[in-house]
Design a protein around this ligand. Structure first.
Ligand SMILES: N[C@@H](CCC(=O)N[C@@H](CS)C(=O)NCC(=O)O)C(=O)O
Length: 216
C-alpha cells in the first residue's frame, strides 16, 4: 500500500491521477501548504516538497519524475509506459525528465526569482523571460503531438500525458492561453479530463473543468 502526500493542484496531482489510472492501492494524505512547510515534513521529503510517495517498507520517494518512472516500472501490467527497457521507454524517460526539469523546473524558478531578485522591474523582466522559455518548451510538445499524437507516446496513453496535463494547469497567464496557442495540447487536456477513472480525482483537485488553478 502506497501513501501519497498530496496537496490540491500541486505536483502530487499527476501521481494521484496515475495511481487512480493504475488502480493501485494507496492511502491519500491531503496536506495543507503549512503542513508541507513544517520542519517535520522534511523527515519524509528532504526538500519539503510535494509529491512524496511512501512505500510499503517505510521508505519515501520524492521528485515527481522519479515517482512516475518508479510506478510505471513497478506495475508494468498496467501499461502506463512503453515496455520497460525498450527504445520507446527511453524516449518516454527523455520526455518525462524534460518536462520535470525544464517545464516544471523553470516554472518553479519564476517563483523563486521573486525571492532572489529584489528590484521589481528586474524581477518582472526575469519572469517574462522565463515564461517565454516555458512557452518555447510547450511549442516542442505541441509539435510532437501535432505530428504524432494524440498522446505523447503516439496512440498509446501513458503516464506522460498525466504529467503534461498537470503542467498545463499551471501555465501563465492561464491554462486557456496555452490551449489557445497549442491546439494539440488542448486536445490532450480535454482527452485526459474525459477519462472515466480520473473524474473523481480531478474533481477532488478542483480541475475537472479548465481554469482550476490560479496562474503565477
Ligand atoms: N523537482 C520537484 C519539484 C516539486 C515542487 O516544486 N513541489 C512544490 C509544489 S508544486 C512544493 O512542494 N513546494 C513547496 C512549497 O511551496 O512550500 C519534483 O519534480 O517533484
Amino acid at each position: 500500500m502506497y501513501k501519497l502526500y498530496n496537496v490540491k493542484t500541486w505536483g502530487s496531482l499527476a501521481v494521484h491521477c496515475l495511481l487512480e489510472e493504475m488502480e493501485a492501492p494507496y492511502t491519500n494524505i491531503w496536506m495543507t501548504p503549512e503542513q508541507v512547510r513544517a520542519p517535520e515534513f522534511r523527515a519524509i521529503s528532504p526538500l519539503g516538497m510535494i509529491p512524496a510517495l511512501g512505500l510499503a517498507d517505510g521508505r519515501t520517494l520524492y521528485e515527481s519524475a522519479a515517482i512516475v518512472a518508479f510506478l510505471v516500472a513497478a506495475h508494468p501490467e498496467k501499461h502506463m509506459s512503453p515496455e520497460l527497457g525498450s527504445p520507446d521507454y527511453g524516449e518516454f524517460l527523455s520526455l518525462l525528465v524534460f518536462m520535470s526539469t525544464e517545464i516544471y523546473g523553470t516554472g518553479n524558478f519564476t517563483y523563486s526569482a521573486s525571492d532572489q531578485v529584489k528590484d521589481e522591474a528586474e524581477r518582472a523582466a526575469l519572469k517574462a523571460a522565463l515564461f517565454q522559455q516555458i512557452e518555447g518548451y510547450w511549442l516542442l510538445i505541441e509539435k510532437r503531438l501535432a505530428a504524432s499524437g494524440p498522446w505523447l507516446m503516439g496512440r498509446d496513453f501513458s503516464a506522460l500525458d498525466l504529467y503534461a496535463f498537470m503542467l498545463t494547469l499551471w501555465n501563465s497567464p492561464s491554462e486557456q492561453a496555452l490551449h489557445d496557442k497549442c491546439p494539440a495540447i488542448a486536445k490532450l487536456s480535454a482527452a485526459v479530463r474525459a477519462r472515466p477513472k480520473l473524474k473523481a480525482v480531478l474533481e477532488s483537485h478542483g480541475v475537472l473543468k479548465p481554469g482550476g488553478y490560479p496562474a503565477a
